[in-house]
Write a protein that binds this ligand. Structure first.
Ligand code: DAS
Length: 320
């Protein structure tokens, strides 16, 4: 018998559409009336929140992380149901701060409980199957949606409404779910994890664009932020004025992390001119290889909360 802890947090999977088709939260999570059972699986269900995931922040992620840590030795797996808008961020936060040997599977829905073609109950059942499968252990946090399994490290929401919204552009889908099987296509080298007790750092994310100047960067340098993530152009480049703005932050010892605004690929220092990645790195900016801005922000937050020095922060953020 596998004992699976289920943590419901809210999101579309827990919502319903009203007569006008507007999707809203309700007092009871429809999943609590889920009418299916899995052989040899016993569920312990907790409604930890009932929030649209736009309302979920690092403090909520920390609460989920602490609940899972407290369950060690008592459960064989965890399923978290969550809104899809920030699901990848909660998954990534947990993937970087939990070192547990049981599976953690997150899922959500793109259509609410009473909409035609609702995907919530189906995704919930497949997430339970994945969490109860021995193959799913020691793979980090998994995102299970639409008969696919994705690693928290690479998954991202790619479509505003499509049930196939979650994809892993850099690595590809990690696993497939059929009516009878759970199939893993590859393993990942385990990533480094850190403990975390607080999530107080103020770290904005800025998307670069053609003609961006240094004004916002200089304002941010003066406001006392703890770090900044820039979704830079191409492989990790900025215009000349923006590069000078970055220097203001670095001069104040404020860490600046560079990712790419491109949907796919690896950010790395290539171009050796003012604003080019090579000169940004020489000036002290840190490149985060394979992740998007929202994930780099959480990684920098975890690194700063663990008081990592520049070299350790560099290694942690460079980690693929
Ligand atoms: N309601 C949004 C959210 O909670 C979308 C969703 O859940 O799919 O993230």
């Amino acid at each position: 018998m596998k004992n699976i802890l289920v943590l419901h947090t809210g999101g579309t999977i827990a919502m319903h559409a009203d007569a006008d088709g507007d999707v809203e939260t309700g007092p009871d999570n429809p999943l609590n009336q889920a009418d299916f059972s899995l052989p040899d699986v016993q569920l312990t269900v907790e409604n930890i929140f009932n929030l649209p995931s736009e309302y979920i922040g690092p403090e909520h992620m920390l609460q989920i992380q602490q609940r899972i840590l407290a369950a060690q030795g008592q459960v064989d797996g965890v399923v978290i149901t969550h809104g899809t808008d920030t699901l990848e961020e909660t998954a990534y936060f947990l993937d970087n701060t939990l070192d547990v040997d049981f599976p953690i599977a997150m899922t959500g829905a793109m259509r609410s409980a009473n909409e035609l073609g609702s995907d919530g109950l189906y995704n919930y059942q497949t997430a339970l199957r994945v969490a109860a499968d021995d193959q799913s252990a020691n793979r980090g946090v998994l995102v299970v949606m639409n008969d696919e399994i994705h690693a928290a490290r690479f998954v991202t929401k790619t479509h505003t409404t499509n049930v196939a919204t979650f994809a892993s552009p850099v690595s590809g889908t990690m696993g497939l779910i059929t009516k009878r099987r759970i199939i893993y296509l590859y393993d990942l080298v385990p990533g480094k994890t850190f403990p975390i007790q607080a999530v107080s750092k103020n770290i904005p994310v800025l998307k670069a664009y053609a003609g961006m100047n240094g004004q916002l960067l200089e304002l941010l340098a003066a406001t006392g932020i703890d770090g900044l993530v820039i979704e830079a152009l191409g492989a990790g480049n900025l215009g000349q004025e923006a590069a000078l703005g970055v220097q203001h932050l670095l001069n104040r010892q404020i860490p600046v992390v560079i990712v790419s605004r491109s949907f796919n690929g690896i950010a790395e220092p290539v171009y050796d001119y003012l604003g080019g990645g090579t000169q940004l790195e020489k000036a002290g900016a840190i490149f985060a290889a394979s992740i998007n801005g929202q994930k780099a922000r959480l990684k920098l937050l975890i690194g700063l909360e663990n008081h990592l020095n520049k070299a350790a922060l560099n290694d942690y953020l460079h980690q693929f």
